[in-house]
Design a protein around this ligand. Structure first.
Ligand code: NAD
Length: 296
């Protein structure tokens, strides 16, 4: 049984990306990511800081735009328009969630698709579904890379994705089903209305759990040899200093008895998600500057 080390795979990718940032710098291009924060969720600030720190470590320049949560939506749209129009900015990321008085869909649609490093804009979603992705969303893309690093080829396998969210489950299923490297899996998508989840998960050669329900899936719901990718990050009360601990959507201890490989939480998918944002920012820079670099 292998515990797939997301930190290690992400570190290798970051070092490859570092050399692409250097190549771009030699060509006179400094990748620049703008983050926009207008979130009512206090954790969002930490997420944005982490993303900025990841960028700075690689020499990617960051721009920090912060708006009060009670600002009118128009202010957010104007901020996005300015970043879209700024030739020095390569990527624009609006940290979700946005306050209730702002329509998130309009926010996503306002970002220039070429600067949409989250890959949430309908144009980028459409390209992915159509089979010619420009940017891939960070979490599913990171999972695809993790599988490749663990030498798990989805081709011909039965992949079961638990969760159908716009940012994880659905794009994950789209990537797995695609006629392309890292795809070609027979793919099932399960969700909150799926009846008898266990009968589906037991058919998985590759299981991607992205339901956001602590330890929803245990070893009894898996078949021997399955590769388990646990996307879930759930806080559960625990007798620790912080008063909580992080658990996945999979019960690690029972699943590891059955699985051939499994990602831990934390240290599995999370670091890959972070690395893929850097990847998309580097790609966005190269695309917009029309500099040819070979991405890792
Ligand atoms: P979401 O709440 O938007 O979607 C959850 C999905 O799971 C829904 O489509 C729902 O239909 C399905 N679901 C819920 N309960 C279910 C059940 N009992 N049986 C079957 N399906 C069920 O969540 P999300 O944004 O996709 O995130 C999912 C989890 O992944 C969360 O824990 C989140 O924190 C985590 N996450 C981790 C990363 C990472 O980098 N590791 C990135 C994004 C999200």
């Amino acid at each position: 049984m292998t515990v797939i080390d997301g930190e290690a795979v992400a570190a290798e990718l970051r070092s490859e990306l570092q050399s692409r940032v250097d190549e771009l710098a030699d060509a006179g291009e400094r990748p620049t990511l703008a983050t926009v924060l207008m979130s009512p969720d206090p954790a969002s600030e930490t997420y944005v800081e982490m993303k900025q720190q990841d960028c700075e470590e690689l020499g990617i320049v960051t721009r920090d735009v912060e708006l009060p949560t009670d600002a009118p939506g128009e202010e957010l749209f104007t901020a996005i328009d300015e970043l879209n129009a700024d030739p020095e900015v390569d990527g624009v990321l609006v940290q979700a969630p946005v306050p209730d008085h702002v329509d998130y869909r309009r926010v996503v649609e306002r970002i220039d698709p070429l600067k949409d490093v989250d890959a949430f804009h309908p144009e980028n979603v459409g390209r992915l579904v159509a089979g010619y992705p420009r940017y891939k969303p960070c979490t599913p893309h990171g999972i695809q890379r993790l599988l490749a690093a663990a030498e798990v080829d989805p081709a011909g396998k039965h992949a079961v994705v638990v969760g159908r969210s716009r940012i994880v489950g659905r794009p994950m299923a789209n990537l797995l089903v695609q006629k392309a490297a890292g795809g070609n899996a027979t793919t099932t998508v399960c969700h909150s209305r799926t009846e008898d989840l266990a009968s589906q998960t037991r058919q998985a050669d590759i299981l991607v759990a992205a339901a956001g329900v602590p330890e929803l899936i245990d070893g009894a719901m898996l078949s021997p040899g399955v590769v388990v990718i646990d996307v879930g990050i759930n806080r559960v009360e625990a007798d620790t200093e912080k008063g909580y601990e992080l658990v996945g959507d999979v019960e690690f201890e029972s699943a590891r008895e059955t699985a051939s490989a499994i990602t831990p939480v934390p240290g599995g998918v999370g670091p890959m998600t972070r690395a893929m944002l850097l990847y998309n920012t580097v790609k966005a820079t190269a695309l917009q500057a029309d500099v040819e670099i070979e991405l890792p």
